[in-house]
Design a protein around this ligand. Sequence first.
Ligand SMILES: Nc1ncnc2c1ncn2[C@@H]1O[C@H](COP(=O)(O)OP(=O)(O)OP(=O)(O)O)[C@@H](O)[C@H]1O
Ligand SMILES: [Mg+2]
Length: 276
Amino acid sequence: MTFQNPFGQPLLTFPELDKSPLSIRAKALVFIDPRSQQLRQALEHLAPQALPVLIRGETGTGKELLARQIHRASDRAGLFVSVNCAAISPTYADAELFGYSAGTLGGTASSRAGWFGSANGGTLYLDEIADLPLEIQGKLLAALENREVTRVGAQQPQAVDVRLVAATSIDLARVVRAGRFNERLYQYLLEGALELPPLRERRGDILPLAEYFVGIYCVRLQRPLPLISEAAQRLLEAHAWPGNTRELENVIHFALLVNDGDEILPEDLDLPDTAR
Ligand SMILES: Nc1ncnc2c1ncn2[C@@H]1O[C@H](COP(=O)(O)OP(=O)(O)OP(=O)(O)O)[C@@H](O)[C@H]1O
Ligand SMILES: [Mg+2]
């Protein structure tokens, strides 16, 4: 399904999520600025190919949303499995990622597929990949290249077909040079590199995104749709958005909580007053 935004351009939407209108996550991709449209073209070109993807972008720029869109546009039948590498326990990283067989790990009765196995036939999204323990990085590469994994405690490897989409908010090349990231895994990921520019470098997205979030949160809050006053629009456009789209989303959410009138005013925006 596509729907028109107030700027007249169709948005890409995620039909499988249309059933849950209150879910803010991954409902649509607002890509209006010319830089975003270029990115959308690169995405459409890359998505159907079997290549791994590395998304580079600051915090809150929409990396996970982009990864979900890549999965959707790839027509891979399996799941989209999202894992934050910073949250993986260093001690059990092996088992968490590649699974374990029954009887291992202190006598657990059942086996587990692990994140990698759960993404079989689908897409594994590894957020902040630089945080993946170094020992696991080589194993991840081997699993991707050989298309098989051996669960912790298992004798035989199992065949798996996983497309990796990784994200990083830091410069991985520097981490490689510092000896803390596997160079071959880095080269493997570079085959499909996508750069997600910060919001301040695609200012044409700011107002469309603001309108989009107003629409989403009004449904969520069950309130009528207000306009964004011109002064508030100027303020939104002038802000540097260090927290990117996530920060914009929070600012709009806040504005709708503090003002239930028919116009969002500059004082409703929790922003430094630069444009008045
Ligand atoms: N182009 C977009 N169109 C619509 N919503 C977006 C867009 N980009 C980001 N968002 C929304 O902004 C929020 C942040 O996006 P997301 O979680 O994908 O960012 P991220 O780069 O993964 O952030 P982090 O670095 O914190 O992990 C989400 O609610 C997402 O749905
Ligand atoms: Mg993220």
